[in-house]
Write a protein that binds this ligand. Structure first.
Ligand code: RRO
Length: 291
């Protein structure tokens, strides 16, 4: 293990984080992932009202990844009690709202428990939330500024479903973000030919997993070139090679989501390769592909 890593105002135990959404709904599962070698963990996104989520099917596997339309299920303010046993641990609380006021309200509940906030302005299938916010630079700036007022570091998770992701990254930076996380899921859908209708209950959803890795690498590459604050890579990472590639594109740390669904020991497996004695220090490869 590499020892403490400082990224975006947070001290992590290694360069690998649990991505938002996967196994981040209870304090016990977050703790388990830390024990299994995650250097930090991001919670499931929490919003202003308790919410049961979309009707099923909410998640399907495809040949190249996973398609989900969970629909932002979350216990809202009640999530505070899940975090109490995790005091002092590298926990990043993912939050969403429909405007800067809602983001600020939700952040207020967790300001004493979060090592950082990750602003989810990028869910691809959330009416009024998510990508509706994350595609407008001015709104991203204002949501970031509102949450940054608590003095807790703010990471902003971006959607790839835009023409130019750097415009949004620069807006987050101007709003006072400490890091940018790229990317959330890519809009997609499947249709059952037998049933002649969309498979997901919500019809459309977000694609994660291997298929989106090249999209994520390109977004990290562009953000690294355009922004000053650290970029954290996310999207389809499942091997140590993927982590190294993300870092060469410019990521200072990497989040892993879909691959955890296949194997909860993925963090340990990657760390063993990433921190092998004869390997290069991962910090020394950040952005080298731009040279
Ligand atoms: O809950 C979801 O449906 C969801 C969210 Br909040 C998100 O940010 N990204 C995603 O693919 N699904």
């Amino acid at each position: 293990q590499p020892g403490d890593i400082d990224v975006g105002g947070v001290t992590l135990r290694n360069h690998l984080l649990l991505a938002a959404g996967v196994l981040g709904t209870t304090g016990a599962s977050l703790q388990r992932l830390l024990k299994l070698g995650a250097g930090g963990v991001v919670t499931k996104s929490i919003g202003p009202e308790p919410n049961a989520g979309h009707h099923g099917p909410c998640l399907i596997r495809t040949e190249c990844g996973v398609l989900n339309a969970m629909g932002l299920p979350n216990p809202s303010k009640n999530f505070v009690e899940e975090l109490a046993p995790l005091e002092g641990e590298p926990v990043i609380v993912s939050i969403f709202g429909k405007d800067p006021e809602e983001f600020k309200e939700v952040a207020g509940w967790f300001a004493e428990h979060a090592k950082a906030f990750e602003l989810n302005v990028s869910c691809p299938h959330a009416a009024g939330y998510g990508a509706a916010i994350g595609t407008d630079p001015e709104t991203v700036l204002e949501c970031t500024r509102a949450v940054a007022s608590y003095g807790v570091p703010v990471w902003v998770k971006l959607t790839p479903n835009v023409t130019d992701i750097t415009t949004i990254g620069l807006a987050a930076e101007k709003g006072g973000a400490s890091a940018i996380v790229a990317i959330n899921t890519v809009r997609g859908m499947r249709i059952s030919t037998a049933m002649r209708r969309p498979v997901l209950g919500n019809r459309t959803g977000g694609l994660s997993g291997k298929a989106i890795f090249p999209i994520a690498v390109k977004c990290v590459w562009d953000l690294y070139a355009a922004c000053t604050i650290p970029v954290i890579g996310c999207g389809g990472v499942s091997t140590a090679e993927d982590v190294i590639e993300m870092m060469m594109a410019g990521a200072q740390a990497v989040e892993i989501g879909t691959a955890v669904m296949d194997d909860v020991r993925v963090f340990d497996g990657i760390a063993q390769k990433l921190y092998a004695k004869d390997g290069a220090d991962p910090a020394s490869i950040v952005g080298v592909a731009h040279d």
